[in-house]
Design a binder for this molecule. Structure first.
Ligand code: ATP
Ligand code: LTN
Length: 334
């Protein structure tokens, strides 16, 4: 609890360009939840270097991501929006938690297996212990709730296991966090392969809608989206492509799948794809305009970066000091 409010933590990596999946699965829910909680939204740049990055590019993407959090509607006066690398407590707590995490647990992580297969020439220890750093992010702020897409559930479970293990030894140190998965948009699939999640690191740019795509590109990508030969807009697992388009449409319009089936009853896929494209454009256009405007205001963004790093650092050091004491590190002499 901070000032009587429950705490929310979430983060995104500044790797690649953000997709509609990131927006509908995560960012959009962050904005909805931000009124109810004391929120920490981090640009998790420590996580990004588990895969080799170009330094200048990473710096630029990280700043763009932080700006995008604000452009999406998160008020930086109320929500703590900051770079993970500006708060050293993340790395310090991660080290301690590494000593309370088993190799066998980490070996089971599917994201690790996927990324290791994808980057076979760079299977570094950071990639392996990535979930421990994520646990540190969450536990450092004593978060009650963590909004993520479905793909992050396994990391949330290991976070809870580590926290419970630590608490069982040292008493009630950490709050046990609950995941928050949004009702719609929790798992947006690639437009080219609806069995795969839409991902910013997909090699095929037609599979993903990027948040900065212009109107023509968005409409073209939806027109080309893979569907089936059934020819009717029905929400069932067998029609994976249409299922995904309905998910996207619902997440953008707030409608229910049954309403959408009804709306497009007897109409072709062409009509439906156009409607989905238009719904997405109507959400992304204002987001893009706000992003452009904010990006020009260097002083404003710099001010937020500074103030929020201090705020996050304050809460992080409270937990860290408690943990250091529990495990037996000597008190600093001041
Ligand atoms: P990468 O392809 O680089 O692994 P990613 O696109 O999967 O990245 P992350 O940075 O890992 O994105 O995820 C940021 C947030 O967006 C997480 O909460 C994640 O669950 C959510 N997310 C990512 N992809 C999707 C998707 N296709 N549908 C719903 N949520 C998603
Ligand atoms: N692993 C997450 C990003 C992430 C995160 C977190 C999400 C890092 N730390 C803490 C929620 C809470 C991802 O790849 N999407």
């Amino acid at each position: 609890m901070i000032d009587g409010n429950k705490v929310l933590f979430s983060g995104m990596q500044a790797t690649g360009n953000l997709t509609l999946g990131n927006y509908l699965g995560a960012l959009k829910n962050w904005v909805t939840l931000s009124d109810e909680y004391q929120c920490f939204y981090s640009v998790v740049d420590l996580h990004s270097i588990t895969v080799r990055q170009d330094p200048a590019e990473l710096r630029k993407r990280a700043r763009n991501l932080l700006t995008l959090y604000i452009a999406a509607g998160l008020d930086p006066e109320k929500n703590c929006i900051y770079y993970q690398s500006h708060v050293s407590g993340h790395a310090e707590l991660a080290w301690i938690l590494n000593c309370f995490t088993y190799m066998g647990e980490l070996n089971r992580m599917t994201q690790y297996k996927d990324k290791a297969a994808k980057h076979a020439d760079n299977i570094n220890a950071g990639l392996f212990t990535y979930p421990v750093l994520m646990a540190a992010d969450i536990l450092l702020y004593q978060a009650d709730v963590v909004p993520v897409g479905k793909d992050q559930m396994q990391h949330l479970e290991i976070t809870r296991d580590i926290a419970q293990r630590f608490n069982a030894i040292y008493g009630d140190v950490f709050t046990i966090p609950e995941p928050y998965i949004g009702k719609s948009g929790a798992s947006i699939k690639s437009l080219q392969n609806p069995d795969k999640k839409m991902s910013k690191s997909d090699e095929n740019p037609n599979g993903s809608i990027y948040l900065m795509d212009d109107e023509d590109t968005i409409m073209r990508k939806f027109k080309r989206a893979v569907t089936d030969s059934e020819g009717c807009v029905r929400y069932n697992e067998e029609q994976a492509g249409i299922h995904n388009l309905i998910d996207i449409y619902c997440a953008c319009t707030g409608k229910m799948p049954q309403e959408v089936e009804h709306e497009f009853d007897g109409r072709g896929y062409g009509d439906f794809k156009t409607a989905v494209g238009e719904a997405v454009v109507s959400i992304l256009k204002p987001l893009q305009a706000r992003f452009e405007e904010l990006s020009k205001d260097k002083g404003y963004i710099d001010g937020i970066i500074k103030a929020n790093a201090e705020k996050a650092g304050y809460y992080a050091s409270k937990t860290l000091r408690k943990v250091q004491k529990k495990v037996g590190f000597p008190e600093k002499i001041r």
